[in-house]
Design a protein around this ligand. Structure first.
Ligand SMILES: [Zn+2]
Length: 246
């Protein structure tokens, strides 16, 4: 930084230097890429948690199926035994009765083998559910570890920056009293309008014939130039920044 001008703008320029340092620190704190990573980890963790819960729901459906299948299997085997016993007991010449029993026996056996096929299918999907449950749990565990590490680093980063930020904020508050209130107000308006930093240097490239505002890069008017040369500071006609001569 060049030597500040020795005029009413000098305290404001010092104020601006502190303000810039504070903004830089705040930006470092807010733009810490690890904060973004932390949010992403949090999202991924909820997705893993959801996958665990989905697997549990699917597993409950499969378990219910197996319970039903077990009951059905027991009932069917009992029925087959009964039909076989009935068939053994019925006289050979009662053809209609025998035919009916055989038909019942066949359809019961068919239903049972259908069930067996379904059991095999369900067993396969059950294995897949268990796999995805375990995967999601492993993923969740790793994400939790990552989250804790990131959080620790972010907290350490904050712990380092926060006292510096506080010190700068205090310094700014104490500096405010030595700045001309009208200039401070103008500073705030310009900053709010996005003209930051509000105080800019003005430099002559042609031995003082014209002056350029280094805030916007444009030449200032002759009137502003006179003001700049006489009082040491002026305003840029283009960007409205307060300018001083270097
Ligand atoms: Zn300008």
């Amino acid at each position: 930084m060049p030597t500040p001008p020795k005029n009413a703008l000098a305290p404001l320029l010092e104020y601006q230097q502190t303000d810039i340092a504070l903004k830089k620190l705040l930006a470092e704190l807010n733009k810490n890429p690890e904060v973004k990573k932390l949010d992403k980890t949090k999202e991924e963790f909820s997705a893993a948690k959801q996958a665990v819960s989905d697997s549990e729901t699917e597993a409950a459906v499969i378990v219910a199926f197996f319970k039903q299948a077990e009951v059905y299997y027991a009932e069917s085997t009992k029925k087959i035994e009964e039909l076989q016993a009935a068939l053994a007991a019925i006289p050979e010449d009662e053809l209609a009765g025998r035919k009916e029993l055989v038909s019942q026996l066949e359809s019961t056996r068919d239903r049972l083998s259908n069930l067996e096929r379904k059991v095999i299918d369900r067993r396969k999907s059950g294995e897949a559910v268990v796999r995805s449950y375990r995967d999601a749990q492993d993923r969740g565990k790793k994400l939790k570890e990552n989250y804790a590490q990131l959080k620790e680093r972010i907290d350490a980063f904050k712990k380092d920056k926060e006292p510096k930020i506080e010190a700068l904020q205090k310094k700014l508050a104490s500096m405010r009293t030595s700045v001309d209130p009208a200039l401070l107000e103008r500073y705030r308006t310009l900053a709010a309008d996005g003209k930051y930093p509000p105080v800019a240097e003005s430099k002559s490239m042609d031995a003082g014939k014209t002056f350029t505002c280094l805030g916007c890069g444009l030449s200032i008017s002759q009137a502003s130039k006179s003001e700049l040369l006489q009082g040491g500071f002026s305003n840029c006609d283009n960007c409205r920044r307060m300018i001083y001569k270097i």
